[in-house]
Every structure is written in structure tokens, then in C-alpha cells.
Design a protein around this ligand. Structure first.
Ligand code: NAP
Length: 519
């Protein structure tokens, strides 16, 4: 539903604008905080005469939540008493919606709700929240959303200001969150950087989209014209038919196979990413005991893709129809792609690790110490060699270290030798320091000063003891979170052929881990 705000300064101009808006849009928002001598009954009447079915929204925006585009004079602030009287008048006039900010308090919101009940009125209450400067974290937006829901709002409206393109993704994820809970939401970002959300939010289920008449005044920066919105709406509706049928709506299109999987953050990360990509799929975790049976299930249920985690990364390889060159070289599969019943195994662990490392250092011609000789160490050695770097293995069990070193033709040393090795970076692939043993580190702090860059593949906790020590020694650090989100983004690329929303994936995983860190 497209809504045009009426924001003219005078009653005379607002009457003209209300009539024109009613004919062009599905709803008209009367911004009574901007129309200085606004006569509400006459304005509602003008809109309804022009288009009897148009929905009327009555708003008196608080000054601190009002965003005024450049060149527009800020208008007056109404007293709370005058504002409440006006919203009560709107209820008496049977406006379809009244908009009141969460900041006005539960008592004021409750007063409007009980008036509607007493009158057995049809008006619905929009409880709104705006940030005219920034977009907070998704976790914070969800808290605000929950506070709005607790007031008994009929519709929740959340409108922050985008500073960067990925702020739009937070708002789109919030819409998904609201829809899962069956709550009607209006959400978008203000500002030029927020224009993507103005187009995409209604398609993702935002209840209203705001637009302006070609000659109209914007009530918030970044608003698009009504004709642009209608055109985009048509274009995207057509385009959606090309995207959606690839996946069965609501079906478990993607799965994680492992044992255990209960604490995996992959479902959170992938479901948020799928939603932001506009893909009607779902990612579910399965704790399995028989990898061959689980792979048969992928075929039988026509699941589009799977992630594979411990302890099955090696075992599933033999159950598939083919392996990518990387998965074959590593002898490990963390991703399965189902192309019309043909299952191919891939490995994105090495790619995630390498991409994360590349953010802090060049690889070619440099030496890298790899602590550990398990599956992740193998992925690290493989990736570094592939890119022209020189891996050096340091492992607790000499025999296991030597086996890995022989497979990739690189040196291997015992942990006691670490202080004598000079290298560009040290990469920990052991589980030392992982939750709950967060005070442990695989390397004495003073040894770290030999390495300009230190990476830990552990991501829970986010800041391991190793990374804290490394930072204190002046090293640049790379966290396991970077590897985790990048291997996940590479999986999504393999499954969908599209770039994944890396920033959103990082943000949701980071937020969840920070919550876990805080107990
Ligand atoms: P793995 O195959 O079991 O290998 C673990 C290695 O760590 C072995 O070489 C083992 O040495 C060494 N090790 C274990 N405990 C040790 C200790 N107390 N002191 C010294 N060395 C020790 O495990 P993996 O699959 O490679 O996984 C390793 C870590 O990577 C896990 O913490 C996992 O969560 C993490 N990981 C992160 C990501 C990500 O995306 N960030 C992806 C995959 C894995 P021995 O040879 O002596 O037994």
C-alpha cells in the first residue's frame, strides 16, 4: 500500500495536496505537525471526497523524531496535550490510523486505545519509532520492535536513518522478524542511502510505503515519487516471479548435517541471509548419525544445498556424485550442491580462511605458521599454498604434523620451536581457547610479538585470549568470525549463484555471539 504524506504549511495548500494524494495513492498521511493551521475534519473530508476508499493516517510527529529534508523549514512542536486532543479528534472522525510515537509513553498510547474501544471505533493505532541520525544494530531494532508490540499496537512503525547501504538489510531483516511473529510492520530507512529499503520493504511485507507527489514536498529525506514507486513496484513484482519459483516457499530447502548441531550459528546466519536476498527458502539443522542416510535424504527431499560439519566432512565425500577440485584435494566436504539430483561436494572452509586472512596481509611469498594438524589446518595449508604462500606446521603430536607436512611438502616443527620461527602470520587452528576454556591460549603472549598478524579460527568467544594477547603485543588480528561468515557466504554463492549479504551475516552472528559473551 502506497501512502503519500501531506506536509504543506498552510491549510489551503494542504487541502489541494490531500485531494491529489488521495487520487494517486492507497493512503494519505495528514502530518498535522507540519500543517500550521490544519483543520483536520476538512482535510479528511477533502481526501475522502477525492477518493472514498482512501485510507487516512493522522500523525503529529514529535520534533525529536522528525526528519526534515534540506531546504525545508522545521515546523512547530505541538504540546502533548494539543497532540493528544488532535489524535482523539482523528479517532472521533474515524480516521483509519492514528500514529503515536513509542516515546509518548504507554499511558498516552493506552488512552487512545481505550477511546477506540469505548467508541467501538475502527481506527487502528500505529506505534512508531524514528531515528533521524543512524540505524542501530539489528538486536537494538528488535528490542524497540518488542517494546512497540508490548503496547498492543495494531501496527508497528520503525524508521531509522541509513548511513550505509547495509543499514537497509537490517530493516529488511526486521520485517522478516515481524512477519514470523505475525505483527504488521511499517519499516524502511530514511536518507539517500535508505532508498533501497523504500523499494524493497513493501515487497518483503512492510505494510505501507511512503512516496511523494511529483510536485509534493518530502516529509523525510530519501522519499521517492509516487510514479517511481509504482513503476518499481510493477517491475519488481514481475521480476519476483523469476526468482521465487526456484525454491519451494517455506520448505526446508537448505540443511546443515552434523553431530552435534544444537549450538550452530549457521541456521541464524543463513536464514537471515536468505531473507535479505529475497529467497523463499529455509535453512534447518539436522543432528545425524548416518551420513549416507542423510545424503539419501537430500536426494529424496530434493534439498537444494547442505552444509556439512563435524564429524562428517570426510565421510560424506564418498556418498556424492562428484567433488570439486578443491574438495578432492582436501579430502573434505563442507558444502553439498544439488543440481537436479546430482550431488557435488565442495569445500569453502579454505576459501573463508584465505579471504579473511587476505584482509590483513598479502599471501604470496610470505611464510605462515599453522598451529594444529587437523581438518582446519589442512584447509589453511591448502589455501596458503594455492596462493603462493609458504605454510609451516607446528603441532602437538609430531606424527600427525609430519603426515600433513608430507602431503603438502612443507616443514613441520614441535611447539617448543615456535619462538625461533619468523613468519608473516600465525594461524591457530586448534580448539585451545574455545568456550568454555576461554582463559587458555595455545601460545605464550610474548612469542606473539614475532608475528605481524595473528589469526584465530575460533569464533566463540569472539575475542579469544590469543587475539587479546596478540593485540596487546601490537599484532594485527583476524577473528574466526571473519572465516565463518566468509565460508558461509561462499556456500550461498554455490547454492544460489548470487553474492551473499556479508555485512548482514557478520552483524547477526556477531550480535548473537556478543549476547552469549554477556551470559
Ligand atoms: P581437528 O581436526 O580435531 O584438529 C584439531 C587440532 O588441534 C589437532 O591437530 C590437535 O592436535 C590440535 N589440538 C587439540 N587440542 C590441543 C591442545 N590442547 N593443545 C595443542 N593442540 C591441540 O579440529 P578442526 O576440525 O581442525 O577444528 C579446529 C578448530 O577450528 C575448532 O575450534 C573449530 O571450531 C574451528 N573451526 C572454525 C571454523 C570457522 O569458520 N571459523 C571452521 C572450521 C573449524 P593433535 O594432532 O596433537 O591431536
Amino acid at each position: 500500500m502506497i501512502c503519500i504524506p501531506v506536509t504543506e504549511r498552510t491549510q489551503c495548500a494542504a487541502l489541494r495536496s490531500a485531494a491529489a494524494a488521495a487520487q494517486a495513492a492507497d493512503a494519505v498521511e495528514l502530518r498535522m505537525d507540519m500543517i500550521e493551521d490544519g483543520d483536520l475534519p476538512r482535510l479528511i473530508d477533502a481526501a475522502r471526497r477525492a477518493a472514498p476508499r482512501v485510507r487516512i493516517v493522522v500523525t503529529c510527529r514529535r520534533k525529536d523524531e522528525r526528519s526534515v529534508p534540506d531546504g525545508v523549514q522545521p515546523s512547530r512542536e505541538m504540546t502533548k496535550k494539543a497532540k493528544m486532543a488532535l489524535l482523539e479528534q482523528a479517532i472521533a472522525l474515524e480516521a483509519d490510523f492514528v500514529d503515536i510515537e513509542l516515546a509518548e509513553g504507554v499511558r498516552a498510547i493506552g488512552r487512545l486505545q481505550s477511546l477506540i474501544r469505548r467508541r467501538q471505533g475502527k481506527t487502528q493505532v500505529i506505534v512508531s519509532w524514528h531515528d533521524t541520525a543512524k540505524t542501530p544494530s539489528l538486536a537494538k531494532l528488535r528490542e524497540i520492535f518488542a517494546a512497540c508490540v508490548r503496547t498492543g499496537a495494531d501496527v508497528v512503525k520503525i524508521v531509522p536513518t541509513a548511513r550505509r547501504a547495509d543499514d537497509n538489510l537490517k530493516v529488511l531483516a526486521l520485517i522478516r522478524h515481524a512477519r514470523w511473529r505475525g505483527v504488521r510492520i511499517i519499516a524502511m530507512c530514511m536518507g539517500e542511502a535508505g532508498q533501497q529499503s523504500r523499494v524493497l520493504a513493501p515487497l518483503r511485507g512492510s505494510f505501507l510505503a511512503f512516496a511523494v507527489l511529483p510536485s509534493g514536498r518530502k516529509s523525510a529525506p530519501g522519499q521517492l515519487s509516487v510514479s517511481t514507486m509504482r513503476g518499481l513496484e510493477r517491475l519488481l513484482q514481475d521480476g519476483l516471479s523469476g526468482i521465487r519459483p526456484r525454491f519451494s516457499p517455506g520448505g526446508p530447502a537448505f540443511v546443515l548435517l552434523g553431530n552435534p548441531v544444537a549450538h550452530s550459528l549457521s541456521p541464524l546466519m543463513h536464514n537471515e541471509a536468505l531473507a535479505a536476498m529475497g529467497i523463499d527458502g529455509h535453512y534447518s539443522a539436522f543432528c545425524v548419525t548416518d551420513p549416507a542416510a542423510a545424503v539419501a535424504g537430500i536426494r529424496g527431499l530434493n534439498i537444494r544445498g547442505a552444509s556439512v560439519t563435524l564429524p562428517f566432512k570426510t565421510a560424506v565425500a564418498g556418498c556424492l556424485d562428484g567433488l570439486s577440485a578443491d574438495a578432492a584435494a582436501l579430502g573434505a566436504v563442507n558444502t553439498i550442491v544439488n543440481e537436479r539430483g546430482r550431488l557435488t561436494g565442495h569445500n569453502t572452509d579454505w576459501l573463508g580462511l584465505l579471504q579473511a586472512l587476505r584482509e590483513e596481509t598479502a599471501i604470496a611469498g610470505q611464510t605462515f605458521v599453522i598451529l594444529g594438524a587437523g581438518g582446519t589446518a589442512r584447509a589453511a595449508v591448502y589455501g596458503i599454498k594455492k596462493e603462493g604462500g609458504r605454510p609451516v606446521i607446528v603441532n602437538r603430536t609430531p606424527e600427525k604434523g609430519r603426515l600433513l607436512a608430507a602431503a603438502f611438502d612443507c616443514p613441520c616443527y614441535p611447539p617448543e620451536a615456535l619462538g625461533k620461527i619468523r613468519a608473516r602470520a600465525l594461524i591457530n587452528t586448534t580448539p585451545v581457547g574455545m568456550t568454555p576454556r576461554i582463559h587458555e591460549s595455545p601460545v605464550p603472549a610474548k612469542t606473539l610479538a614475532h608475528f605481524p598478524v595473528v589469526m584465530d579460527v575460533i569464533y566463540n568467544p569472539l575475542a579469544t585470549r590469543l587475539l587479546k594477547d596478540a593485540k596487546a603485543q601490537g599484532c594485527r588480528i583476524v577473528s574466526g568470525l571473519e572465516m565463518f561468515v566468509r565460508q558461509g557466504a561462499a556456500q550461498l554463492k554455490l547454492w544460489t549463484g548470487r553474492e551473499a549479504p556479508l555485512a548482514l551475516m557478520r552483524a547477526v552472528v556477531r550480535e548473537r555471539l556478543e549476547t552469549l559473551d554477556n551470559g
